[in-house]
Design a protein around this ligand. Structure first.
Ligand code: MRU
Length: 337
């Protein structure tokens, strides 16, 4: 394993190599730790689409470095649309590209673009550190946590969002137990969150998604904490498929539900979730498992990557600035269509 960043002592899923972006290949974890070298913006866009790198903030950071590679070739404006299209639901991707374009002026000096990419990455880590403290403060004491997907260092510029809150609770001595939902079909929970928790020395149990209801019914969970790929102005949260089910379950069982996400995930241009298209991924992510066909040949699958959780099911949205309130009067929030 690559050594943690010496300055910050945290693991990051990306490394700038001077003339290329290196990404830990998250498709191969936890069994193989291999780094993929991307020498062009096209290669970064492909890596994002193929989920070599995933998690909304990490996608945004990778795209910013992709812009730096494009700027070095004088192709920045042509490359931006390809990067935007690589995974369109996560708003951090558009946010990072827009920020690079806005801050770097019309000449797009490669050094300036690269400095902006480094700044986006460093700020994300600092924001995660602040968010972790705010999230733990909102919980306010010992708690048993259920988390979904992977929201740790692998998904961000370091530490993580929801998993950062879990780690902060652990550091405070307040983490009574951690449950990681396996997160079908891509198994981010089983493959990535379990790997990160193990590396952090945090005791945890892996839970099949369909066991979450029974676990909650047995009184084993106090808070569900998840990340987000996009939060609209009214507080609707787009996150990994299965998040909505967990929010419904949490409300049914009288548990609390927290979303931890940096402000770069908040899309104030979207009044609510009605206009947000959710990516579909290939059906073979569902019909196959670890490269092996598990459903009858030619089975078609419905494979939305994310779902929409209405703010009415969420107890707290926590950012680097503390608890965030939706921008609209709840009375104006339209029902889910
Ligand atoms: O499809 P993925 O693995 O990119 O989905 C990731 C999630 O849904 C995360 O919860 C979200 O990006 C927030 S991670 C800090």
């Amino acid at each position: 394993m690559r050594e943690p960043d010496s300055e910050t002592e945290v693991f990051k899923p990306f490394a700038w190599a001077g003339d290329a972006l290196e990404l830990i290949d998250q498709r191969l974890l936890p069994h193989t730790e291999s780094w993929l070298r991307c020498e062009s913006a096209d290669a970064v866009a492909q890596a994002i689409t193929d989920m070599v790198v995933r998690g909304a903030p990490a996608i945004g950071i990778a795209a910013a470095y992709g812009m730096a590679l494009a700027a070095a070739r004088g192709e920045l404006e042509q490359c931006a649309p390809k990067l935007r299209a690589a995974r369109p639901t996560a708003v951090n991707l558009m946010w990072a590209i827009d920020r690079v374009l806005a801050r770097c002026g019309p000449s797009f000096e490669p050094d300036v673009v690269l400095a902006e990419a480094h700044a986006i990455a460093a700020e994300d880590l600092a924001q995660n550190r602040a968010m972790a403290k705010h999230g733990a403060a909102v919980i306010g004491g010992p708690a048993r946590i259920y988390t979904h997907c992977n929201t740790g260092a692998l998904a961000t510029g370091g530490l993580g969002t929801a998993l950062g809150v879990v780690q902060q609770l652990h550091a405070n001595g307040d983490l009574l137990h951690a449950y990681a939902g396996e997160t079908r079909p891509w198994l981010q929970g089983a493959r990535l969150t379990a790997w990160e928790l193990q590396r952090a020395g945090i005791a945890h149990q892996l839970v099949v998604d369909s066991a979450a209801a029974s676990l909650m019914a047995q009184g084993q969970v106090d808070w569900v904490i998840v990340g987000a790929d996009r939060i609209t102005a009214n507080g609707d949260v787009f996150n990994k498929i299965g998040t909505y089910s967990l929010a419904v379950l949490a409300r049914h069982h009288g548990l609390r539900f927290m979303v931890a996400a940096p402000t770069s995930t908040i899309d104030l241009d979207a009044k609510n979730g009605d206009d947000i298209a959710i990516e579909q991924r290939p059906g073979d992510e569902v019909t196959r498992l670890a490269g092996q066909q598990i459903a009858p040949a030619d089975t078609q699958a419905w494979n939305p990557v994310f779902d929409r959780t209405p703010y009415s099911l969420i107890d707290a949205i926590v950012t680097e600035d503390g608890q965030w309130q939706p921008q609209l009067d709840p009375a104006e929030i339209p029902p889910l269509s």
